[in-house]
Design a protein around this ligand. Structure first.
Ligand code: APR
Length: 282
């Protein structure tokens, strides 16, 4: 057990600058459950597809009815020791770029600066027609004003801000429109079947080309948009270190895989290479 921490800290120390890729496992200790289990099995209801959201008013009603309640759990979540440890690594100059597949913004709340939200951010909405952005806080206020029947919040956090609600909620839901042009608003996230903007991918690729290694934390890597960075790292012949409880799609490609008590070990290893972590008490 000790040896694993040793080898993780050895690797974290040895590589001068990392590109880091994180997933839902990082936020599990903040009370936001993951999408998949240890074997990579999907744990949730069928996720909404981009095309469905764009084309179907009924699907949008379902999405916002659930999200109106589910957002509260994500909004209230706070960073945990892993988010703080990674922010500390960045401050110590060990991270070139942190790519996160999470839409919860907890890395930024922990103080990380160089972050790419690969799959977007839940704290913002965007108009499908004019591209006008609005904070989710402001949109949530408009949602609740338009739907005063929503009084029974269950603050159960889900990774994508989803929640189970009665069918009657869905039927009654009124969706506010874009404040600017009156068109359809969507959360500023990449749904299944949607596309990660090319400029975002390019920022990540450029970092990886310069980095000494790829550190993956808390992701099953089941989704190609994250897995592709392992492919790239393999082509670049740079080490891939994976810290994740459970199987990942890149296990066979990893130079080091830390599975047992993964997050505790990462925090311990960061402690070893960067002794003064004042931010942890913040
Ligand atoms: N510590 C470490 N790892 C954990 C913990 C924990 N406390 N709890 C769960 N895990 C592991 C799970 O076993 C799983 O292997 O974290 C991993 C999370 O994987 P996923 O749920 O698949 O999350 P992620 O890889 O981020 O998903 C990628 O899929 O649905 C889409 O767009 C969504 O961004 C998401 C993408």
């Amino acid at each position: 057990m000790h040896q694993t921490v040793e080898s993780l800290s050895t690797w974290l120390h040895r590589i001068e600058r990392w590109t880091v890729l994180t997933g839902a496992g990082v936020s599990a200790d903040s009370g936001i459950p993951t999408y998949r289990d240890r074997t990579g099995r999907w744990l949730r209801v069928d996720p909404i597809q981009h095309k469905e959201f764009v084309e179907s008013e009924a699907k949008r009603k379902r999405y916002w009815a659930r999200s109106m309640v589910g957002w509260v759990g994500v909004d209230g979540a706070r960073p945990n020791a892993t988010h703080y440890a990674l922010a500390e690594m960045e401050r110590a100059g060990k991270i070139d770029l942190l790519i996160t597949q999470n839409v919860d913004r907890l890395h930024q709340k922990a103080g990380a600066q160089r972050v790419v939200d690969l799959h977007g951010r839940l704290d913002q909405v965007i108009c499908l027609n004019c591209g006008q952005q609005e904070s989710r806080q402001s949109f949530q206020t408009r949602l609740l004003q338009a739907n005063p029947f929503v009084t029974d919040y269950q603050h159960i956090a889900r990774p994508d801000g989803d929640a189970d609600v009665p069918d009657t909620y869905v039927e009654k839901t009124t969706i506010p429109q874009c404040k600017h042009c009156g068109d359809v608003v969507m959360p500023d996230v990449v749904f299944f079947g949607g596309t990660v903007p090319m400029s975002r991918v390019e920022t990540c690729t450029a970092s990886l080309a310069d980095a000494g290694g790829l550190l993956v934390v808390g992701s099953s890597l089941q989704v190609y948009s994250g897995f592709r960075f392992c492919r790239m790292a393999e082509k670049l012949r740079i080490p891939i270190v994976i810290v994740n409880e459970g199987e990942t799609r890149a296990d066979a490609m990893a130079t080091l895989k830390v599975e047992q008590s993964a997050m505790n070990r990462l925090v311990a290893a960061v402690d070893q290479i960067i002794p003064s972590q004042e931010s942890k008490s913040a």
